[in-house]
Write a protein that binds this ligand. Structure first.
Ligand SMILES: *[C@@H]1O[C@H](CO)[C@@H](O)[C@H](O)[C@H]1NC(C)=O
Ligand SMILES: *[C@@H]1O[C@H](CO)[C@@H](O)[C@H](O)[C@H]1NC(C)=O
Ligand SMILES: *[C@@H]1O[C@H](CO)[C@@H](O)[C@H](O)[C@H]1NC(C)=O
Ligand SMILES: *[C@@H]1O[C@H](CO)[C@@H](O)[C@H](O)[C@H]1NC(C)=O
Length: 359
């Protein structure tokens, strides 16, 4: 009998996380790469950086491949769930007059992210960050037409600007130079920060105030990187670069928050979350943190996840879905840690505190 209240509590918790609650912010605007894309790339010509075919989406409602680089939801979906939404807002390129009605009132939000892109416009060949922000500028002017400028700025200032980016910049730099010296690394960080700062300033000018940032994961330990190592170990240079980028982004935001009035931010550390999962898989409930669930070749990571790939049955036991991206289960755990977790996983405040800050 003593079990009943515990069960009820558990039910209540899972319901609010799955998004049956009221939205806690007017809207979420999402920018970045494949860790955040929910289908923008489906609308691009060619076959570059797409995930709109099986076995992607095998654990999504109705086993539907949506363009998410996951077997189910991605991290953005879970974060949006914590903010009281059902899942990520829709991809910008999917919007129609009908689906954009609430969005043009500044509600719900839009996802601009594009797999393959980076902080640098030279990274990848999909929708650059500069273009993602241009799309947002277009949307903002339409919202301002509907609401007037003052009300649109008010609603945007309460909305969350969620950015998950930088991993592809690290991969692109590594491809040019797989043994950079300290000067070359510093030059890379400087270029990246110069560009990241301009992106943040552009969004701030357009009315963004609350920034929720996801840092670069330990990309040297994803199955793709391990498959490059003769013994399947992590590629240390890639992880060093991720640490360097994340450190520079931290300093950048600390600086920006003292120069841009009213700017608030939280840095969610997918680096810390994923490192912890790899260091202690059992604690996180995983049995396999090295190989991909879906793919082919060494560590199932030498070929991509495609309709004819093999895939694992027990996806809950895997950290990685394909050679680069986490599973639905890993994204869910990461979302919990970054949304409501300790300073280890989000700083200087966590996403929940950013959402609830109404000062
Ligand atoms: C969508 O709305 C715009 C502006 O109101 C209008 O010009 C356009 O014709 C509409 N498109 C469709 C497909 O209804
Ligand atoms: C780093 O490498 C570049 C290119 O080889 C070289 O010019 C530079 O002197 C090196 N810097 C250091 C600190 O080793
Ligand atoms: C942060 O500000 C300090 C002091 O003004 C400056 O030296 C540093 O270059 C800035 N760093 C970044 C990443 O903006
Ligand atoms: C799987 O499909 C891809 C293209 O869709 C093809 O290149 C590859 O050869 C196929 N692999 C097998 C084992 O059939």
């Amino acid at each position: 009998m003593a079990l009943a209240p515990v069960l009820l509590l558990a039910l209540f918790f899972s319901m609010s996380v799955s998004g049956n609650a009221q939205p806690k912010v007017p809207a979420i605007y999402v920018f970045g790469d494949s860790t955040a894309d929910v289908g923008n790339n489906n609308y691009l010509p060619g076959n570059n950086a797409k995930a709109n075919f099986p076995h992607y989406g095998i654990d999504f409602p109705h086993s539907r491949p949506t363009g998410r680089f996951s077997n189910g939801y991605n991290g953005i979906d879970f974060l949006a769930g914590h903010m009281g939404f059902r899942r990520s807002p829709p991809p910008y390129l999917s919007l129609t007059n009908k689906t954009s009605r609430g969005i043009l009132k500044g509600l719900r939000g839009v996802n601009f992210a594009s797999g393959g892109s980076g902080i640098l416009d030279s990274t990848g060949t999909t929708i650059t960050m500069t273009q993602q922000i241009k799309y947002f500028a277009t949307l903002k002017s339409r919202i301002a037409e509907r609401l007037n400028l003052e009300r649109s700025n008010d609603v945007l200032s309460k909305s969350i600007f969620l950015i998950s980016d930088g991993g592809n910049d690290v991969f692109a730099f590594f491809q040019q130079n797989n043994a950079p010296n300290s000067t070359q690394k510093q030059q890379f960080y400087n270029t990246l920060i110069y560009n990241y700062k301009n992106h943040i300033k552009a969004l701030y000018e357009l009315g963004a105030r609350k920034f929720a940032i996801i840092d670069v994961a330990p990309v040297g330990c994803c199955p793709y990187s391990r498959s490059l190592h003769p013994l399947g170990a992590c590629i240390d240079v890639l992880n060093d670069l991720a640490v360097g980028v994340n450190g520079a982004v931290k300093v950048m935001f600390s600086n920006l928050s003292s120069t841009l009035k009213g700017l608030k931010y939280s840095l969610g550390s997918s680096y810390a979350v994923v490192s912890k999962m790899i260091a202690d898989p059992e604690a996180a409930g995983f049995k396999e943190v090295k190989s991909a669930c879906c793919g082919g070749g060494k560590l199932n990571a030498q070929s991509g996840c495609s309709p004819n790939s093999s895939y694992c049955e027990t996806r809950k036991e895997y950290l990685f879905w394909d050679s680069i991206h986490p599973t639905h289960g890993a994204s869910k755990k990461a979302g919990q840690a970054i949304y409501g977790g300790s300073l280890l996983f989000a700083s200087p405040i966590n996403f929940k505190q950013l959402v609830e800050d109404d000062s």
